[in-house]
Design a protein around this ligand. Sequence first.
Ligand SMILES: Nc1ncnc2c1ncn2[C@@H]1O[C@H](COP(=O)(O)OP(=O)(O)OP(=O)(O)O)[C@@H](O)[C@H]1O
Length: 307
Amino acid sequence: MDSTIEVAGLRKRYGTTVAVDDLTFTVRPGQVTGFVGPNGAGKSTTMRIVLGLDAADAGSARIGGRPYRSLAAPLTEVGALLDAEAVHPGRRAQDHLLWMAQSNGLPGRRVGEVLEQVGLASAARRRAGGFSLGMRQRLGIAAAMLGDPPVLIFDEPVNGLDPEGIRWIRGYLQSLAAEGRAILVSSHLMSELEETADHLVVIGRGRLMADTSVADLVARASGSRVLLRTPQRSETMTVLANAGATVASIDHNAVTVDGLSAERVAALLGAAQLPFSELGVHRATLEEAYMELTRDAVEFGAQGATP
Ligand SMILES: Nc1ncnc2c1ncn2[C@@H]1O[C@H](COP(=O)(O)OP(=O)(O)OP(=O)(O)O)[C@@H](O)[C@H]1O
């Protein structure tokens, strides 16, 4: 079976709310694909449809080429963490997993293996009700891994975790991708995916806004912006603005320059005898790239709202 998720022309409406609007994208094996968009963008709805928990109005969602409902042993083909709270609080971690394994025809030894993988072996006999949020997320991930599936879907797994938990999840997702699995992980914060995702599917109001590698997105947003430091910020800004650049200060001695090459900036400042240091091409953060990407959509949305 191919380790892929293929979504094609997907649409879903709840009453008058369009949750998913003609969405098409593919999640490929061997990489972490981030699924990003603001709250209410349609990420959870898309994931639920892929997992057969909700029906689409139109379009299709396939795992390894087949719709979820036609998978013979779903847990061995796709694992999912949608809601870490969905465990009975009175149940011990290992009993919860054993029950899942048995009802899906999986060997009981998987329980110990997945608890070990997610770092919960020592808490195996504790009741889920006493778990911290981070432990519940790990238990949810252990459940997703029970069938050792080639495709994994995680809805906001980083939400509410402490820095150590976030570091752990990042490393774990990357190791799963390195094993050749297809990983789809959602977040409403681009910054959470900065060090985790290789590829991004960005949606807004249910529509696809970008389907791109992280490297390409950052390179495009970085463009030709120049960053420099100078003790004479205001004089520097005046000289560069007079030469036609768009200049913005980012702190008391640093500015960004759009519209002039680094060489031209150096020549202008040299001629004006203005000192500078750290003149270089600015590399956008993923957050900046995202803002750039969504700005047009926000403007479009605002216009669309006026009658
Ligand atoms: N069962 C439902 N009934 C009615 N409306 C729904 C239902 N599920 C989702 N919606 C609506 O569909 C839209 C998309 O919601 P969805 O939960 O898929 O977004 P999301 O991107 O996952 O957001 P979040 O980051 O907040 O989870 C929202 O406007 C939401 O209110």
